[in-house]
Design a protein. Structure first.
Length: 367
C-alpha cells in the first residue's frame, strides 16, 4: 500500500494509517460495503470530516491572527501574493491559507482579492484571539473546578470578562426588540415610568422607551457605563430627556436620586448571572421598595429549557465558571422562589425567540 506524498514522514504515515484503519475496522465490524452504506454510517463519516474541518478552520484563523494577515487586510483588500510580499510569507502557503479563510466569517473573496468581512471589522483587535488567553486553562479548570480569578498562578482579572461582555451589548438589540414585543410596549403598556437597573449601554431600556413614546426612562449604572448609554440614546434619537443615576446596580444604597415607590416597571437585563442567587435575592428585596404597588419587574437573562439554545447556553455557563468567581446561570424555578420571598407575585416566564435561543424573560408584579 502506497502512502500519500503529504504523509511521507513516519509520524505522518502513522496518522494516515490510523485514520484508514479506523474506517476499515468500522465497516468490517458492520459487515457493510460502500455499495450499501446505511445512513448511520454515512453520518459517521460526515461527522468525522466535519470535526476535522472545524479544527483546521480554528488553526487557520489563529495563524491569520498570529501572522498579521487580518491586520493587513484591515488596511485594505489584497491578493494572496500581495499579502505574502507585505508580511514576508511564503506565497504558495499564503494562497492556500487565504482560500481556507475565505470559507470563514472573517474574510470575503472578490476575484483575486481578499478583504475583511463586515463582522471582522466590528471585532475589536484584543478580541481577535477569540478567547485563547483563557480557554487555554480549561483543562486545569475541569480538573480542579477552580475559577481563574482565584488561581494566583494565572494572570486573569474578572473585570476583563465583564468588559468583554460590555463590548458585545450591541448584539443584544434583537433580544431587546423581542422583549418590547412580548411586553406590548406602546400598546397595552403605555406611559410607563421605567427604571433600567444596571443599564450598561441601555439597549433594553432605550428600546422599551422608544417603543412607548409616552414613557419616562431612568437609567442606573456607573458613570462609565452611563457614557455608553448616552451613545445609544443619541443613535436612536430618543427625543426626550432620560434621567441618569450613578451608582452600583447591585447596591441601591449607592444610588442617590432614585424615588421610592415611583416606577411602573423595573427591568434588569443580562445582569443576574453576574451574581450569586443570594446576592440577587437581596437585590430583589431592595428593588421592591422602588416599584409602585402592582408595578412590574422584568428580568431578562440566559435561561435553560429551550433545546435550540442548549449548546450556546452550556458554552456560556462553562465560560462563567472559568472566568468569574460568583457568576452563574439561574434556573427560572429558583428565581421564582426568590421573587416570592422578596415580595413579588403573579410570576410568569417565557422564552424569547431571539438568537442564540437561550434568552428568556421573567415578569412579576410587586405585591
Amino acid at each position: 500500500m502506497s502512502v500519500h506524498a503529504g504523509c511521507a514522514t513516519k509520524s505522518g504515515q502513522a496518522q494516515y494509517l490510523t485514520r484508514c484503519n479506523f474506517l476499515v475496522a468500522y465497516f468490517q465490524n458492520k459487515k457493510r460495503t460502500f455499495v450499501n452504506m446505511s445512513n448511520a454510517q454515512l453520518k459517521t463519516i460526515q461527522d468525522y470530516v466535519q470535526l476535522q474541518r472545524r479544527n483546521a478552520l480554528c488553526h487557520s484563523v489563529r495563524a491569520a491572527v498570529d501572522l498579521g494577515i487580518l491586520d493587513s487586510l484591515a488596511e485594505g483588500q489584497k491578493t494572496a501574493q500581495q499579502l505574502s510580499e507585505v508580511l514576508e510569507l511564503n506565497a504558495g502557503a499564503t494562497d492556500r491559507l487565504m482560500h481556507v479563510l475565505a470559507g470563514t466569517e472573517l474574510v470575503d473573496k472578490y476575484g483575486e482579492d481578499f478583504a475583511l468581512s463586515n463582522i471582522a471589522r466590528l471585532i475589536p483587535r484584543p478580541f481577535l484571539d477569540f478567547g485563547d488567553h483563557y480557554w487555554q486553562y480549561l483543562a486545569s479548570h475541569v480538573r480542579n473546578g477552580t475559577s481563574l480569578v482565584v488561581d494566583d498562578s494565572i494572570p486573569h482579572n474578572e473585570a476583563d470578562f465583564w468588559a468583554t461582555q460590555a463590548h458585545k451589548e450591541w448584539m443584544l438589540t434583537p433580544v431587546a426588540l423581542d422583549v418590547s414585543r412580548v411586553l406590548s410596549m406602546g400598546e397595552s403598556r403605555s406611559g410607563m415610568n421605567i427604571l433600567h437597573l444596571g443599564c450598561g449601554s441601555a439597549v433594553f431600556g432605550v428600546t422599551l422607551a422608544h417603543k412607548d413614546p409616552l414613557s419616562k426612562l431612568t437609567l442606573v449604572d456607573t458613570a462609565a457605563n452611563l457614557k455608553r448609554a448616552d451613545q445609544t440614546i443619541e443613535s436612536v434619537e430618543l427625543g426626550r430627556d432620560v434621567t441618569q443615576v450613578v451608582g452600583d446596580w447591585d447596591d441601591l444604597s449607592t444610588c442617590d436620586g432614585l424615588e421610592p415607590r415611583a416606577y411602573d416597571m423595573a427591568i434588569i437585563a443580562n445582569r443576574i448571572h453576574w451574581r450569586s442567587p443570594e446576592q440577587i435575592e437581596q437585590l430583589l428585596k431592595e428593588l421592591a421598595t422602588y416599584i409602585k404597588a402592582d408595578g412590574e419587574l422584568a428580568i431578562v437573562d440566559i435561561f435553560p429549557g429551550k433545546e435550540e439554545g442548549d449548546l450556546a447556553r452550556a458554552e456560556h455557563e462553562l465560560e462563567l465558571a472559568l472566568r468569574t468567581k460568583a457568576g452563574q446561570l439561574h434556573d427560572p424555578v429558583h428565581l421564582r422562589e426568590s421573587l416570592e420571598r422578596s415580595g413579588y407575585g403573579n410570576i410568569q416566564f417565557a422564552h424569547l425567540s431571539a438568537e442564540p435561543g437561550y434568552w428568556g424573560i421573567t415578569l412579576s408584579t410587586r405585591i
